[in-house]
Design a protein around this ligand. Structure first.
Ligand code: PMP
Length: 404
């Protein structure tokens, strides 16, 4: 049985005070908090197993290697990849996207088209623009509507035999919209295009099955899934990962090196040059275990309850507008108070111990669409409570009174 009060005991940070007030952490879409089970794993790794992996014959190196490779298998099982070598450890979503964008440099030519969506994070826009500059390919954008949803009829029109790649986030970080990735993947494959799904925002809420989705690439960051920063995952279908050239050269990713020629290691090592974030990878595995023990369906149901309650309560405040009103949303509320800058609201909320994000959320095109400088974004996780939402609502009312 899910009991939020028991869950909260797993997160030491949730009992601290900020500015003399109990912390209310509603910046989960930026980074989630870390449970004791994951922190304990990090302490255990550095206390008992720390060594470099893959190349040592000594016991510690073998222990560290086993733990790291076990974590890769946990991630494989979690995302239901066919093979563990389809799981590439990265430093995060941004790294995974750049790895794929770089790989496609040699596969694209002038006249080829890449499709992204109007709802993307900058890290799923800029690498593709850079790729277009390198190759002469053209970038097309699926537009959005006032609800913050993608206009799929426009996608149907822009899709053609020239489309080689499509990059869309599963969930928008700025608005929380859940995109119709199943439809996009199916349509893309009909014209022979590959699809990369940015799962940075979906992975904390929705368990993606990459085989069922039939997606070509899926990327995520551990730090949004109760894991540490500086580690993430790129899932790629074996056939694609074999086709793409390595991203970085260095140790670990080679089979043989001479000054005349280097041959590359097999997957996944071909894409894992240098000493990786070993402890981070292991902790990522522990975080996935932690979330699965609670259960993603349980998490999604509870977070949805929080979303509905917060939406209802916030909308009672006169002059408050929510951006992103799709029925298909994760637990993110982006809002503004009429005539008040989001930064000012965020500053007052911080004084009250409430952590929200303010600004353009690395998604400037969305802000341009709504003709606003940014929003206040409150994003909820399974360890948040309705009482904390009440505190937020009172805080927003206070901010409105002080700033009007
Ligand atoms: N894509 C989306 C949708 C995101 O929300 C984020 C993180 N805010 C990223 C990509 C980038 O993730 P990271 O900074 O962990 O590489």
């Amino acid at each position: 049985m899910f009991n939020v009060n028991d869950i909260r005991k797993d997160f030491p940070i949730l009992s601290r005070k900020v500015n003399g007030k109990p912390l209310v952490y509603f910046d989960n879409a930026a980074t989630s908090q870390t449970p004791q089970q994951v922190i304990g794993g990090i302490v255990d790794y550095y206390s008992n197993h720390n060594a470099n992996i893959h190349r040592g014959v000594h016991t510690l190196s073998q222990e560290a290697t086993d733990l790291y490779e076990q974590a890769r298998q946990k991630i494989q099982v979690h995302f239901n990849a066919k093979f563990s070598h389809e799981i590439i450890f990265t430093s995060g979503t941004t790294h995974g996207i750049n790895l794929v964008a770089n790989g496609f440099s040699s596969l694209l030519k002038k006249g080829d088209e890449i499709i992204v969506s109007a709802l993307e994070h900058h890290s799923n826009i800029v690498p593709w623009q850079m790729l277009c500059e390198r190759t002469g390919a053209t970038l097309k954008v699926i537009p959005m509507n006032d609800e913050g949803e993608l206009v799929m009829t426009e996608f149907d029109i822009m899709l053609s035999e020239n489309t080689k790649l499509i990059f869309v986030n599963h969930v928008s970080n700025a608005l929380g919209t859940v995109n119709s990735i199943e439809y996009i993947i199916e349509k893309a494959h009909q014209v022979g295009a590959a699809v990369l799904i940015d799962g940075a925002q979906s992975s904390p809420h929705i368990k993606a099955d990459v085989q069922k989705l039939n997606v070509d690439f899926y990327v995520a960051s551990a730090h949004k899934m109760c894991g540490p920063t500086g580690v993430g995952v790129l899932y790629g279908k074996e056939e694609w990962l074999k086709k793409l050239p390595p991203y970085q050269g260095g140790g670990e990713m080679i089979a043989e090196v001479t000054f005349e020629k280097t041959t590359y290691a097999e997957l996944p090592h071909k894409f894992e040059a240098g000493t990786p974030n070993i402890c981070g990878g292991i902790a990522f595995g522990a975080a996935i275990d932690y979330m699965n023990a609670i259960g993603f369906e349980v998490i999604a149901n509870y977070e949805n309850e929080l979303l509905e309650y917060a939406t209802e309560e916030l909308l009672k405040i006169e002059g408050l507008k929510i951006y992103g009103t799709s029925k298909h949303k994760t637990s993110v509320i982006s809002f503004n108070l009429e005539g008040i800058h989001p930064y000012d609201v965020g500053t007052i909320l911080d004084k009250l111990g409430i952590a929200v994000r303010t600004g353009h959320h690395c998604a400037q095109p969305i802000m341009d669409y709504f003709k606003i400088p940014g929003t206040v974004r409150a994003s909820f996780s399974f360890y948040n409570t309705k009482a904390e939402i009440d505190t937020l609502v009172e805080g927003v009312k206070k901010a409105k009174m002080m700033l009007s």
